[in-house]
Design a protein around this ligand. Sequence first.
Ligand SMILES: Cc1ncc(COP(=O)(O)O)c(C=O)c1O
Length: 470
Amino acid sequence: MDELWRAGRSAADLAAGHLAAVPAGPVWRPVPDADRSWLARQPLPETGRPLETLLDDVRERVLPYPMGNGHPRFFGWVNSPPSPAGVLVAPLAAALNPSCAGGEHAGVLLERTAVRWLAELVGFPHQPGAGLLTSGASLATVVAMATARQWAAGRDGCDVRETGLYTSRPLTIYVSGEGHSCLRKAAELLGLGSRHLRVVPVDDAFRMDTAALRRLITADIRAGLRPFFVAASAGTVNTGAVDPLDEIAEIAREHGLWFHVDGAYGALGVLAEQPDPGYAGLARADSLALDPHKWLGVPVDCGCVLFRDRSAPRGAFSLVPPYLRDDGADELGWFSEYGPEQTRPFRALRVWATIAHLGRAGVVRLVRRTTGLARTLAAMADAAGDFDLLAPPVTSVVAFRHRAPSPDRADVLNERIPSVVQRRGRAFLTGTRLSGRAALRACVLHPDTTEADLVILLDEIRAAAEEITG
Ligand SMILES: Cc1ncc(COP(=O)(O)O)c(C=O)c1O
C-alpha cells in the first residue's frame, strides 16, 4: 500500500498539472508514428512493474495526445471538458469499486439522489426509482425503446419478452430527420427494423414538422400497423433545435404512442435565460434521455434515462435469478431490474460531485454562459460577410458555412475545413450535412471559453479555407 500512497500522490499531481497545462497547448495533435505504435501495438507483458513507472508512460505517451475536449477552443461534436469535481472523485469510485446493480451500499443510495437531482434540474416529474444512469444516451435510448415496446405490445395483448415480436403487429417509430442516429440503432437492435422507422420531415429551423407526423401516423394506422414510439429532440446534434414538445406530446396522447424525448445534449437548455418555447411539454414525456457527460461535464461515461412511471422499465427488464434474490431490498428493487446492465459502475459519485460542486446556480450559469457565447458566435459569423448562418442558435450549437469564392465549390470546401482546422491545432470543430449540404458546426460547452476564442475559431476557419483553396 505504501506504493499506492506514493504513486497516488503523483497521479493527482499529474492530473491537475495536465488540466492546468491544457489551454496553453494545441487543442489536438496527430500522434507521431513511434507513440502510435507504442499505444496501439504493445506486446502483452510477461511480468508486471511498479506503479510509479506506469505513470511515467502515462506522462510521456498518453497525456500528450488528448482528444481535445478539455481545451476551451474545442468546439467539436458534443464533448465537454471534465468537471473538476468529477475528476476529483473518479479515483475514489474506482477505490470503492462497487457494482451498482443493487444492494445496500453508498453507490446505489447515491444513484437515487443523482437521478432525482437530474430530474429536478430539467423540471421532469420524479417518481422514486423511475430512472437510472447508463453508459450514455445510446443505451438510455435502448432502455426507453425496449420499455415502450413491452408497454405497447402489452396493450395489444402480446408479451414481447415471451414471444418476441412474432405475434405483434409491426410496431412503427417516428423520428425527425434531425433525430440522432442512436434512435435508429436502438430500433435495429430491438428487432423493430429500420424499415418501420419513419423519418418525419423538419421545418426551416430543423424542428419536427408536426403536421407531417400526424399524416405519417394516420397512414400507418390505416395500413394496419401499430404506431408506438415518437422520439422528439430537445437539442439536436446538428443545430441544437428543440422540437415542439408539447404538440408532439399531444399527438402521442391522441394516438396512444409512447412519447420519448432525446435531451442527451440539450435537456439542460431549459435553464437558459430565454429557453426555446419548444421545451414546454418536456415534463409530459414518458421517457427522457439526458447525458450528464455532455453539457454538465461529468467525466465519461454517464448517461441517464428518466421515466414517468417506474413500473414500465421494471416490467420490461426485471429478471432476478435465484443467486441475486435480495430479501432485504426495498420496494424499488435493484437498478439491474430497470435496464440491461447487471454489473454497473459507480457513475453516481461523479454526477453527485459535479452537481454538488456547481449547485443549481452553477449549472444555470454554465448553461447561460455557453448559450450566450453561441449567440455571440452566430452574430459574429452573420456580420462577418464570409459566413452563412444555417440555423438560429437555440442551445449552444452554431451551424454555419464558410462562403467559397465560387458557390459550386462551397460543399467541397466546407467538407474539408474541419480536418484542416483540427490539424492546425489552434481550434477544433467538426462538420455535418444540413439539408443535403456540407456544414460546419461549433458546439460551446467549456466554461472557460471566451469571446476571444470565438474570434480565433473564425480566423482558423478562414486560414483553413485559404490553405485548401491555395
Ligand atoms: C442529441 C443526441 N442524442 C444522442 C446522443 C448519443 O449519446 P451517447 O454518445 O452518450 O450515447 C448524442 C451524442 O452526441 C446526441 O447529441
